[in-house]
Write a protein that binds this ligand. Structure first.
Ligand code: ADP
Length: 497
């Protein structure tokens, strides 16, 4: 691998951490309990800083101010153009502070700095500008009635939105959530993931600077059961949006149902197939399949974690995929040229290693990797298993780590059946030069996104979300707006009394 020991001396990021408190009503405040919790550097396991730990009382306060900001204004009562301008100024500020934000992201999450800086931050900026563009283009319809009535529909904001986000793309998930909710005139209480509270707090501060009125966005750092659950079950929250594991998705949906039946959108786990047809250029396929799985330390809900390869090119593919994984540079994510940093925390690290053990025990062939790197931090060797079969745990469960499983197939009908034989349905990759193969697969795969001869393309306008147990609803694109709007039908006689 790029480095034998993961890191010698961690590079100290040159960024100051200014916001470690809860954002409620435009102020950064301590939690009611006064409690704090540490957030850790995954390179070393050392504490970066302590942040305020929000609990039920803080959620109650935040929901109350979001309620007031919604019911009494100013946010939903401002013109759509004014809301659009706030978002545009926010995008400018994100751009201006890109380096600091990327440093916080890498420090808190462990992802390569170059990836945060050059890929994720520009996507965040673009996404906010995309939603700024929607703010003043939201309107209803007029409809035909059978009788002598004038019928119109108003598309209104839904109200106070609870949003719960994960740790794998802390800032990107923040903008995916707040962008459409703000563009449509809602107010928000957002809970960050306990592993990665830092960048969202910084971004929230920038939104205030951009002119977002107090109380419109409130940010709570804290844990799932103590801060996330009170938000999901709050009687005064009108809508819930969640990104995270399928297991937790079930919990929050049931909390939402048991409380006030708030509508829920969920973006959950996946076990995405990446299908490489017989006609594929093997070198290109290896590179793309490698990216599809290993990007972001394998911590992507849409990771191409079942690499299906046609039998005619299987052996060549396996040997080249192995060589590519061996070449992957692992090390301090702040260092230039590093492709892979540490996993997020000890829990995920142990989980990944236990899946590797399970792969070995179930009879898959370990081609490379399989161990931790170094003795501090949560670095895992890029790992490749061949001869993986559908019944193995590593082919069924979401590993969320740098572990590639390569399966063999003979014909299209077979691979369609096998690719679809999962409870998940988030995404799929198809690699082929044959247009019929591409068309057949794109129609047959039961997933929310099919990337043909590409992967992880995340433009703002492309909807993202899951079939089956990968989720409910779509984020990004025009579809995400529907999650945050109510439709009101207004009916009046053509001739009023
Ligand atoms: P992971 O296991 O990868 O951390 P989770 O789905 O548990 O994924 O976490 C995603 C988000 O859901 C985080 O913000 C987390 O704090 C939150 N969360 C976890 N458990 C609950 C819960 N019981 N209720 C509400 N939110 C939760």
């Amino acid at each position: 691998y790029g480095t034998a020991a993961a890191i010698e001396e961690p590079i100290k990021p040159s960024v100051s951490i200014e916001h470690t408190k809860l954002l409620i009503n435009g102020q950064f405040v301590d939690s009611v309990s006064g409690k704090t919790f540490p957030t850790f550097d995954p390179r070393t396991g050392e504490v970066i800083t302590h942040v305020a730990e929000g609990g039920k009382e803080d959620v109650d306060l935040a929901v109350a101010v979001a309620r007031k900001a919604f019911d009494e204004g100013p946010w939903p009562k401002m013109t759509a153009y004014e809301r659009s301008l706030v978002l545009l100024r926010f995008a400018d500020l994100l751009e201006k502070h890109t380096e600091e934000l990327a440093k916080l992201e890498t420090w808190d999450n462990g992802k390569p700095y170059e990836q945060a800086l050059n890929v994720e931050l520009p996507i965040c900026v673009r996404l906010i500008r995309y939603y700024a563009g929607w703010a003043d283009k939201i309107h209803g319809l007029t409809a035909q009635a059978d009788g002598p009535h004038h019928v119109q529909t108003l598309h209104e904001p839904i109200g106070v939105c609870g949003q719960i986000i994960p740790w794998n793309f802390p800032l990107l998930m923040f903008v995916w959530k707040v962008g459409p909710a703000l563009a449509t005139g809602n107010t928000i209480v957002l809970k960050t993931a306990e592993q990665t509270p830092l960048s969202a707090n910084f971004a929230a501060k920038l939104l205030l600077q951009a002119g977002l009125p107090d109380g419109v966005l409130n940010v709570i750092s804290g844990f799932g059961p103590t801060a996330g659950a009170p938000l999901a079950s709050h009687m005064d929250v009108d809508k819930l949006a969640f990104t995270g594991s399928t297991e937790t998705g079930k919990i929050v949906q049931s909390l939402a149902a048991q409380s006030n039946l708030k509508p829920v959108t969920l973006e959950l786990g996946g076990k995405s197939p990446f299908i490489i047809a017989a006609d594929a250029d093997v070198d290109q396929a290896v590179e793309l399949a490698h990216f599809a799985l290993f990007f972001n330390q394998g911590q992507c809900c849409c990771a191409g974690s079942r690499t299906f390869v046609h039998e005619s090119i299987y052996d060549e593919f396996v040997s080249k995929a192995t060589a590519r994984a061996i070449k992957r540079t692992v090390g301090d994510p702040f260092k230039a040229g590093i492709e892979q940093g540490p996993q997020i925390d000890p829990e995920q690290f142990d989980k990944v290693l236990s899946y590797i053990k399970s792969g070995n025990e179930s009879g898959a062939t370990l081609e490379t990797g399989g161990n931790r790197i170094g003795s501090t931090g949560y670095f895992v060797e890029p790992t490749v298993f061949s001869n993986v079969t559908d019944d193995m745990k590593i082919a069924k469960d979401e590993i969320f780590g740098p572990v590639q499983s390569i399966l063999k197939f003979k014909d299209l009908d077979e691979v369609i059946r096998r690719a679809n034989a999962t409870r998940y349905g988030l995404a799929a990759g198809v690699f082929t030069k044959n247009i019929d193969t591409a068309n057949t697969l794109t129609r047959a795969l039961r997933v929310g996104t099919v990337w043909v001869n590409c992967f992880d393309v995340f433009d703002a306008a492309i909807p993202f979300g899951g079939y089956k147990m990968s989720g409910i609803g779509r984020e990004k694109g025009i579809y995400s707006l529907h999650n945050y709007l109510q439709v009101k039908a207004v009916v009046e006689p053509l001739k009023n009394p």
